[in-house]
Design a binder for this molecule. Structure first.
Ligand code: F6P
Length: 548
């Protein structure tokens, strides 16, 4: 169904043309707005009231969701139908977090049983490393786990590790190598002791140039450091992949490899064995809590009527902003330092999923798709780019995320007064969404005694939309809930646009060309001659300036 041909699309176009609602006026006229537009999904409290919607817009968005079949597509995903059409695959990251004892048969196989068999292996390995029973080749327990992976095999594990650091085993630190820039491996390995370092090579395909190159660099570093004793690779390297044959060919003992399945997209895989580094750091019990958090939101998304379905509503709001109000980007602003990699993680989740120009039947899309997601934790962002959100000319919908209880409750005593620093932090969280919504009028600026000439510069128009997401604390479960929330927001948008949110052909061309260009960079004149003039000139520059 082309969304632009639906009656709901026409209605939404009319509503957008009729003018944007005014948040100040709407809040003043409608005392029930906040209650009506606040929702609960598992432990998440979500306030949508500061969005540029009224009941009519919301009703039309819900109608749109029904007309394009969001619910049917969602049910097809949960049932394991091959909704990843260009790769002819099921899309079953939701099966990764189904509780033990449940079942889901897909293509003749009970995938939940397979998931739990692998989890058992990952948990047993994590327990061994944590207890010290798993040692390096010289008999010392592991102190550093280095995850080698890129994209979904890196962003999820690093984001979740950073978010859940307060729960990590005190002896075990995780580090992450992703970039093929040799600086990444060199700086990550600096200062590590090979005797106590364990590498996890994480790659769905086990064919990714960056990851395999980095894995070889690390193997050399390890063997050089240890003097190449027999059995060193087996004690210091494990792997996570869907291609276990390639793992073996790399020299990693298949007994130390954890599998997953082609129905898990890379960017949806942090809750599979790809999260092994995290499972080691926080332990099986906490990892299971993370999975339970994911599952709670899956169940909310699967069973809650669209009118109260938080991921569906947030996805539809994004469609409203992108397709009807012209937003090109979306900020995600966690007021939790532990979520400092969350926006980077979401960039792959949302933009690799919905950055598409072709519909699932091969026809060109009929509307704009995937907006740019970006963000930084508050309050750092406040002192960097918030100016543009407050007073710039672009519409930037923003999600603000905060928790009631900090991981590190600290107080600051100053001038005889003691302040809870988390409260100072949250005051900023509340203040920002308030300022964005309600702004500051010229009269208010005047009333402060501001000189006439600079009143315009100090006016805040307000009416800048935000969603506030709050939770009791950043526990493993809440992190799982937040990730699943954004997975299903992304899904909802993809269904409205009629695109396959689960393939990523767009990243292939650059990868292929890099392989073709490598000989030219190394000096092969024939290969150089086949390049376009600009690429040739750039390679020439490199070769002239590279020191021997
Ligand atoms: O960037 C493209 C991509 O295919 C991602 O989708 C994936 O997460 C990443 O590369 C890494 O792939 P792999 O896990 O197979 O090494």
């Amino acid at each position: 169904m082309d969304p632009t041909t639906t009656p709901a699309w026409e209605r939404l176009s009319e509503l957008a043309a009729a003018g944007t609602i005014d948040l100040r006026a709407t809040f003043a006229a409608d005392p029930g707005r906040v209650e009506r537009l606040s929702f609960t999904a598992a432990d998440l409290h979500v306030d949508l009231s500061k969005n540029l919607v009224d009941d009519e817009v919301l009703a039309a968005l819900l109608q749109l969701a029904r007309e394009v079949g969001v619910e049917e597509r969602r049910d097809a995903m949960f049932a394991g139908e091959h909704i990843n059409v260009t790769e002819d695959r099921a899309v079953l990251h939701t099966a990764l977090r189904k509780p033990a004892g449940s079942s889901l048969e897909v293509d003749g196989v009970d995938v939940v049983a397979e998931v739990h068999a692998t989890l058992k292996q990952v948990y047993a390995f994590a327990d061994q490393v944590r207890s010290g029973a798993w040692t390096g080749v010289t008999g010392r327990p592991i102190e550093t786990v280095v995850n080698i992976g890129i994209g979904g095999s890196d962003l999820g594990p690093v984001m979740a590790y950073e978010a859940l650091k307060p729960y990590r085993h005190e002896r075990i630190e995780c580090r992450f190598i992703s970039n093929i820039d040799p600086t990444d491996a060199a700086e990550t390995l600096a200062g590590l002791d090979p005797e106590t370092t364990l590498f996890i090579v994480a790659s769905k395909t086990f064919g990714t140039l960056e990851t395999l190159t980095n894995a070889r660099l690390c193997r050399t570093w390890l063997l050089d450091g240890l003097g190449d004793p027999p059995g060193a690779v087996a004690r210091h390297f494990v792997a996570v992949s869907t291609a276990l044959d390639k793992v073996e060919a790399f020299g990693i003992d298949p007994a130390n490899a954890f599998g997953f399945w082609d129905w898990v997209g890379g960017r949806y895989s942090v809750d599979s064995a790809i999260g092994t580094s995290l499972a080691v750091a926080i332990g099986p019990e906490r990892f299971a809590e993370l999975l339970a958090g994911f599952h709670a939101i899956d169940e909310h998304f699967r069973t809650t009527p669209l009118e109260r379905n938080v991921p569906a509503l947030m996805g539809l709001l994004n469609v409203w902003y992108v397709n009807f109000l012209g937003a090109q980007s979306h900020a995600v602003l966690p007021y939790a330092q532990s979520l400092h990699r969350f926006a980077a993680y979401l960039q792959q989740l949302t933009m690799e999923s919905n950055g598409k120009g072709v519909r699932w039947d091969g026809a060109p899309v009929t509307t704009d798709t995937g907006e740019i997601f970006w963000g930084e934790p508050g309050t750092n962002g406040q002192h960097a780019f918030y100016q543009l959100i407050h007073q710039g000319t672009r519409l930037i919908p923003a999600d603000f995320i905060a928790v009631a209880n900090p991981a590190h409750p600290l107080t600051d005593t100053h001038d005889g007064q003691t302040v809870d620093v988390h409260e100072l932090y949250l005051a900023n969280f509340f203040a920002q969404t308030k300022a964005l919504a309600f702004g500051k009028t010229a009269d208010e600026v005047h009333a402060e005694g501001t000189a006439e000439a600079i009143v315009p510069a100090r006016v805040f128009t307000g009416n800048r939309p935000t969603t506030s997401v709050m939770a009791p604390e950043l526990s493993p479960s809440v992190l799982g809930q937040l990730i699943a929330l954004y997975e299903h927001i992304t899904f909802t948008q993809g269904v409205v646009w009629g695109i396959d949110s689960f393939d990523q052909w767009g990243v292939e061309l650059g990868k292929q060309l890099a392989l073709q260009i490598t000989p030219a960079v190394g000096g092969d004149q024939d290969a150089l001659a086949t390049q376009d003039p600009s690429t040739r000139a750039l390679i020439d520059y490199y070769r002239k300036h590279r020191r021997p």
